[in-house]
Design a protein around this ligand. Sequence first.
Ligand code: 13P
Ligand code: SF4
Length: 315
Amino acid sequence: MSNLPSPDQLESEILRLKKEKNVVILAHYYQESEIQDLADFVGDSLQLSVEAKNTDADVICFCGVHFMAETAKILNPSKTVVVPDLAAGCSLADGCPASEFEEWLKDYPDHTVVTYINASAEVKALSDITCTSSNAAKIIKALGPDEKIVFAPDKHLGRYVGKESGRDDIVLWQGSCIVHETFSEKKLLALKVRHPGAKIIAHPECEESILKHADCIASTSGLLRFVVEDEASSFIVATEAGILHKMSQAAPSKELIPAPPEDESCACNMCPYMRLNTMEKLYLCLRDLGPEVDVPKATRVRALQPIERMLEMSK
Ligand code: 13P
Ligand code: SF4
């Protein structure tokens, strides 16, 4: 990469550019620890949307994945939204192309379309309401028992929130997260035998075979809160490994054990998209104010309604 500062100056240069250009750096819990440590705000996808909506900065630098930066742009169209790596996608968003989704919805004309925020702006524009893993069950319950519902794109989250809200009739798009599907039930149980006092905590994007063993199922911020507040001293963590950084900062005395992927020789519990963002790319992003994320106006205007409806119902 061209004209980078020396490694020991990278952080101070990022902070200098951030101040000079009035940039707010928002980072998801799955970002590498150096990025989390210099971000203005670290959070889950709902918290980051709220921060993006409320910021006074001229530029939002989104250290996360593309759908998160798009959501920030939809909520704040007058701001410049930049990302360290434009290729940071998401298997859930990529597995639900808007044209296929639109065709699929034709079979469910009288259904309310609830879309997980891990989806493209075009898919959000076809939806009635968005949700995140921290408010999905609340939103489904608030819609009422008689409302016919389709849920996309995560089949595991959809099945889980259906169960939580007493609904087994929700129509599910068959998408999944490549990271959360890697955890192995067999290896999880073997780990539990070695750590009998440890509590298992899991993100609802995990498969049912993992979730059924969990003492706590929650969004990234919910899992972090549980580790801090629960009396247990040891936790097996079934989500992307980036969250362990904030957990160990917030609860330094607790033992945190990453749940094992099926293939333990891979780094499959790290999101390959989230990990495209690096300190070097963050520096270049602030220096050049790019790559920029933009959403065509017609899509942006239509996608804003389901997001605002979600933010209103999350208060
Ligand atoms: P959270 O909403 O819990 O931050 O999850 C986002 C995500 O992409 C999980 O894989
Ligand atoms: Fe998408 Fe999964 Fe990565 Fe989250 S962890 S951004 S759901 S691929």
